[in-house]
Design a protein around this ligand. Sequence first.
Ligand code: ZN
Length: 597
Amino acid sequence: MSAPILYTIQVAQPAAHLFDVSLTLAEPDPAGQVFSLPAWIPGSYMIREFARHIVSLSAEAEGKPVPVTKLDKHSWRLPAGVPGPVTLRYTVYAWDLSVRSAHLDPTHGFFNGTSVFLAAHGHEDRPHRVDILPPKGLDGAGWRVATSLPEAVGEEGAAERYGFGLYRADSYDALIDHPVEMGTFTLGEFDACGVPHAVAITGRHDCDMDRLLADLKPICEGQIRLFGEPAPMSRYVFLTMAVGDGYGGLEHRASTALLCSRADLPYPGMEEATEGYRQFLGLCSHEYFHTWNVKRIKPAAFVPYRLTEENYTRLLWAFEGFTSYYDDLMLVRSGRIGLDDYLKLLAKTITQVHKGSGRRKQSVAESSFEAWTKYYRQDENSPNAIVSYYTKGALVALLLDLRLRADSHGARSLDTLMQALWQRHGQTGVGVAEDGIFALAAELGGAELAAWLQELVEGTAELPLEHGLCRVGLRLTWEPTSPAPCIGVRTVAEGEALKIANVFDGGSAQAAGLSAGDVLVAIDGLKATAAGFDKLLARRLAGDRAEIHAFRRDELMRFEVELRAPAADTARLVTDPEAGPAALALREGWLAGDQAK
Ligand SMILES: [Zn+2]
């Protein structure tokens, strides 16, 4: 076996948010060893250039300094002929409170390997070791370590479970797919289908851990059974950061990093799940589903990941959209929410898609491909220009599931398709070709169904939701969010002022010349405030005109805006009392789900 690459990481100056990292490589490339840090983290499709947070970097071999040349924004090279072993030392600034990079202060430390571990080019497939050292200057703080990175059992200095010490990874790809949390987190454990699961919660909170574990267990078991036992991971960890206001998650092969509002966690004595808690369970369910869908079943474009540049695929509607469809569905199937709540969640997704005219200009396949510059870099015009491959992708999944079920009288479903993806791609490591989902759909439901799916994915026509939902006895209706007339803007309160965040294509504000960023001063001669604007609109009729004064930059401008009847763009979804027995049987099978055979 080739010598492992050894990293050490230590909390060096928590108040300055600095980790010290070292990397020792036994056999550097004699032609000049190159190292680089990823520019993006898998699961979050945007170039983030993590190397900008490396503060200083030096190298030494045989006790002597070795000059290092910076090649580009994320790569370094040693001179030719440097003898091994060579050690790199560098400091990483970690002060991004998100699930995507690294965060360190005297209360806790969190990092993704993509932010702290340089890759040694040409050595990515060697075994890697990380010695996670106890923090300097925090003796007795009672810190522990939570990660799904396996302990280097049987090796000198091996970490114990939740301890500092030596951890192992079989490759660089594995090394950077296990985020690490250290601090005085609260810990809970449960077992799902024989696999040990842990929940670590960092940050001040009053979470009822028993309740959370009791709710997560059936969600995880439902997913393991959907894809088929045994589960692909030997252990799973939910790393959770509780803050005042925050939301986010990132999937990994045996763990997830989550950011949530502490108010969304269950509290002692809570009976009915709050909306925030249901949303948090949906987030856990979403990231857990990725354990199969995207961490193991991958687009061919991600096999392997190329971490210093964009990796383009038109398939995120399947990897994020299907995952978004299953996240809430698994809450119903596991009995965490009832049908009425599920229909409200589905209606919300339908509404989100229908609020933006971008759905008529960009397909979900295009949205996937352009994620790097559009979905992940949204601006004031995004509702007019793009569609979300999450929400519309989830609706495509719903329609595909319901049609597969209806066409086969319940014998096949999207579950069948996911199981086939798992067996052919997840278990083999073969990536899914760009047309792979259409090919599989053709196999399961015929060429006509595949062509229909392709039209939903590559087209911009309205989705046939009414027809699809009718197959399982559900009735979709549309109404305006509010009966008051509107001018086609979204505003945000900014202190005392009311600012236009978005101007919607085709609305009367756009026709009158108002722009995103304009600060509303007065409407019909009265001071513009958030509450006042809504009240004024509620008292007026469609067809009336309003005089709006607004600042653009520091210039006062005047606009005459027509008030228009609101669009019926808010979905309502109810069970159809006249649904026949066939629809009811399909609905029952849909909500129960199919386990892998
Ligand atoms: Zn996701």
